[in-house]
Design a protein around this ligand. Sequence first.
Ligand code: PLP
Length: 419
Amino acid sequence: MRNFDYKKNDLYCESVAIKDIAKKVGTPFYVYSYKSFTDSYTELAKAFKSIKPLICYSTKANSNIAVLTALVKKGSGLDIVSGGELYRALKAGVKPNKIVYAGVGKTDEEIKFAIQKGILLFNVESAAEVVAINRVATKLKKKASISIRVNPDVSANTHDYITTGKKESKFGIDMDTARALFLDKNRYPYVNMCGIHVHIGSQITTGEPFVRAFRKVMIFVTNLENQGIKIKFLNLGGGLGITYDNEKPQTAAEYASKILPLIKSKKFKVIFEPGRFIAGNAGAFVTQVLYTKKTEAKNFIIVDGAMNDLIRPSLYEAYHDVKPVMKNIKLKSIKSDIVGPICETGDFFAKDRRVPDFQDKDLLAIMSAGAYGFTMASNYNTRPRVCEVMVKGNQFEVIRKRETIEDLVRGEKIPSFLK
Ligand SMILES: *Cc1c(COP(=O)(O)O)cnc(C)c1O
């Protein structure tokens, strides 16, 4: 993880010792490197600079308004999947004409909000959604531009839960239905059907699934063009994988070298929607050891963070590296489970992992937690969501304060018939 390195025995984020952040904000917390977000964005932009794509960072990976603002200031657009994310995106100051909006279940209210704000494109996931957008746009007397999200029916060689481009998945529209929609586009006078969108899944570490999918899409587009349909936008989605353990994912430049030859004959405005690639290795989750427990069968390190804070290990059996925030060379290494306080056997960060024989109060960093970490947090077990901190150089600031128990019960009420 770039920008998360040891200086002597202390783990730093950029030029700030993580133990100093812990002293200031308590544990657990998320810590993000500003430079990691912006460097990954720039790396992708550079790799594709010959076609000047619109890069729309995928908000759902890490939607803190500070993170969005950092990327927007570098020129990024935003990919959103809800009215809530649209609200955040606008708070971060993104121009509406750099927003693309995906998701299989957009409500009329969300569609209305997005049309009124003038977003660039809806990424449409069903024929029924085209009807809905046309209906809402007609009422508003304002045309809406859309891309059709096609489902290319390719496997992404990734975890089943993050595969989205197989025909059994709920996402996108099969190519025959998509073609019929384009040929019928005059039936939707308030819809400007002008783009194709494809997103086949997440944490894809090789170019091959992308190439298979985009080849299919290019044939599809060429056929449409031969039938007189003009395609202005080609949105190739996100999905670029990162290193969690010992994966060797393609670099942005390698990805570009595979993808550019497929699309360069056409004059589309190309859009990308990277999430994990930008945010994943820009953040760590820091937690403190509460107790250690050695049983006949296992060693357990019980920490103050839990699955409600970072659910990826429980949900996808995802691997996250665990590092001591302060190295103690005197500790021998042992095989341990690292678990949280939640009343679920699935509440773990690591299983049978060789780690230092951590002691009470030691600080651990769960690495590569910048994407799908805080954004998937919940309040299960009435646990307040943790605070988030951003580091830039030798400065750090809290970018979301820790919730309180009062925050959690606000809005709850004992009904009059129980009084
Ligand atoms: C989640 C999502 C992305 C981002 O995926 P990553 O794997 O994080 O890059 C991009 N596009 C759409 C439509 C998504 O749903």
